[in-house]
Design a protein around this ligand. Structure first.
Ligand code: VG1
Ligand code: CO
Length: 561
């Protein structure tokens, strides 16, 4: 035994290192340009800082969304983990794992966590972004107090351990090996995820919908994987298990640079899907997923757009149609603060609670673990349920198909019927990307001063003074489970009748600053307005109160959702 331990130590080096001062995780992990991660010691420092937290995880999943540098980082992570005595590591074949897939693996195999290499919807490639995210034993992203501890560790780190030689790992071949005492399993992550989906949905019903075994179907579907990690999952679930024709999938190969695009499923970046849906009205259902497979955008016939807040609300309203929840029932809902309150109306209808959290999935974890909610979502095209602890793009798409099959109705009909029952929440998000960091800070600082002292209360604005300001401030959240409070999560102007303006700075960009402006308003019966039109007064007032154009020097937003 002693001899064996000495033998392992012979293969480990303790490397003196300098701390990096910029390893503070944002909304969803540590996200930087690839070149930053390529600096010597950068990856190793961060991983060592995770492993230094007591209790050290002993069984880890390590994989990523396949972006440029994915495989190299996996090897560096494995090297540090083995040198630190981690007992067991699962690596998905080809190093590829979706974020929901990783959450599922952790939970099924009772791992202590996962190191997920992803920058989600940010572009990839040598000039693009990379990220490292740590999920814990529940399957969810590490909460803020935990990522703060990782960050604290990174600022004073002096040493890390790694293997003397690069670990001999073949990510393309499945099998178990042992490297200096650590069991390493290169495994298939897809079947685990397929099993999970089979346990939730009635596959036969969706298969019938796609293949036309019902009266007026088959329903032609189109899935845009945006060359992200979902390609192999989609092939397994939609092509193999459901028998959808091959041409139902576009951009299905996982590429290190996502084919040169932002793998962000919105109307701006999911261009191929939008174009094809417009060109071919025989396609009745379209969905695009982001780079790591946790977001989804739904389109109906002719490219009919389903706003993410509506998708969340419609999924909530129809959860009882999903096999698992028809049996188990459901508890409550949650949404991030900037997300439209459409889901709140559904909660009220069912007499269920709805929690409003800061932006970022980590804030849903305690609510899900405490069985206080079943479903949650964000305005950034993310919906998830208690089957895992991440948002889940494929899950979202399957609920939609499930609902279409149940009612034999089109996407548009489902949405319009929902509006007729609940009224319509108009929502837009304007993103001002890559702003000068100091200018963005000045802009937000100025707004903060205006909005936190209440000087605008009672002010009226808009055509016929239709809005009156009833509240302003900076959103903070007290977690009902651990009672921790998170401050400064969005500057807001709340108006009479529930209309809102929210400003916040993104926590996922790798360079420059992104300011997001969110607008929403509601109408019980006017259902067919253009959202940008309907929200124009709010937009004008937002520009005026923030002096945005002056501070950041941009006339127009870069992305409108
Ligand atoms: C954005 C979204 C947020 C989402 C986060 C991670 O954050 O707004 O809703 O949770 O990305 O999504 P921010 O701070 O840039 O607004 V992804 O698909 O990385 O996991
Ligand atoms: Co994502």
């Amino acid at each position: 035994m002693l001899e064996q331990a000495a033998n392992v130590l012979d293969h480990i080096v303790i490397v003196p290192t300098q701390p990096f001062q910029d390893q503070k995780p944002g909304t969803s992990g540590l996200r930087k340009k690839v070149a930053v991660f390529q600096q010597p010691n950068y990856v190793e420092n961060y991983i060592q800082s995770i492993l230094n937290i007591d209790p050290r995880p002993d069984f880890l999943i390590v994989g990523g969304d396949g972006r440029y540098f994915n495989d190299e980082v996996i090897k560096r992570v494995v090297s540090v983990c083995v040198a630190n005595g981690v007992s067991k590591i699962f690596i998905p074949k080809y190093g590829l794992i979706s974020t929901p897939g990783a959450s599922s693996l952790i939970r099924t195999f009772e791992a202590d966590g996962a190191i997920i290499l992803t920058a989600s919807h940010n572009p990839g490639g040598p000039e693009g972004d990379l990220g490292i995210k740590f999920n814990r034993a529940s399957g969810g992203p590490a909460p803020e107090w935990f990522t703060d501890r990782i960050y604290q560790g990174t600022t004073s780190l002096k040493f890390y351990s790694k293997l003397l030689e690069r670990p001999a790992l073949d990510l393309n071949r499945m099998g178990t090996s042992t490297i200096y005492g650590t069991s390493i399993d290169v495994m298939d992550p897809i079947s685990n995820y397929l099993d999970l989906m089979v346990s939730i949905f009635d596959f036969k019903e969706i298969r019938d919908l796609i293949n036309g075994n019902r009266n007026f179907y088959p329903v032609k579907i189109l899935i845009d994987c945006m060359n992200g990690v979902t390609g192999p999952y989609v092939r397994k679930i939609f092509l193999e298990a459901m028998g959808a024709p091959r041409e139902s999938v576009i951009n299905g190969d996982s590429l290190p640079n996502f084919g040169g695009r932002h793998p962000d499923p919105n109307l701006t970046h999911a261009k191929d899907l939008v174009r094809k849906m417009k060109e071919d009205p025989s396609i009745k259902f379209g969905v695009a997923f982001d780079g790591d497979g946790d977001r989804h955008m739904i389109l109906g016939e002719g490219g009919f757009f389903v706003s993410p807040g509506d998708s969340l609300a419609i999924i909530a309203a129809n959860l009882k149609r999903v096999k698992r929840y028809s049996l188990e029932g459901f508890k409550g809902f949650a949404r991030s603060f900037p997300t439209s309150p459409a889901v709140d109306r559904v909660a009220k209808h069912y007499g269920l609670p709805v929690f409003v959290t800061p932006t970022g999935w980590k804030y849903f974890g305690n609510l899900l673990n405490g069985h206080m909610i079943t479903l949650c979502g964000e305005e950034s095209f993310g919906v998830g349920a208690d089957h895992i602890r991440e948002k889940d793009g494929i899950f979202g798409a399957l609920v939609w198909l499930n609902v279409m099959a149940f009612f034999t109705k089109s996407v548009r009909e489902i949405v319009e019927e929902h509006w007729r029952q609940f009224g319509r929440d108009y929502f837009v998000r304007y993103d001002y990307e890559n702003c000068n960091v100091e200018n963005a800070m000045r802009c937000m600082g100025n707004l903060e001063a205006i909005l936190v002292d209440g000087r605008l209360l009672g002010t009226r604005f808009g055509v016929d003074n239709r809005y009156q300001i009833v509240d302003t401030g900076d959103f903070s959240y007290e977690d009902p489970v651990d009672l921790s409070t998170t401050y400064r999560q969005g500057l807001y102007v709340a108006c009479s009748e529930g209309a809102r303006i929210i400003f916040r700075q993104s926590g996922t960009d790798s360079c420059g600053a992104t300011i997001r402006l969110y607008l929403n308003d509601y109408h019980p019966t006017k259902l067919d307005m253009d959202p940008n039109e309907y929200l124009r007064d709010l937009f004008q007032f937002a520009l005026q109160v923030s002096d945005l154009k002056h501070f950041i020097g941009k006339e127009e937003p870069d992305v409108i959702t």
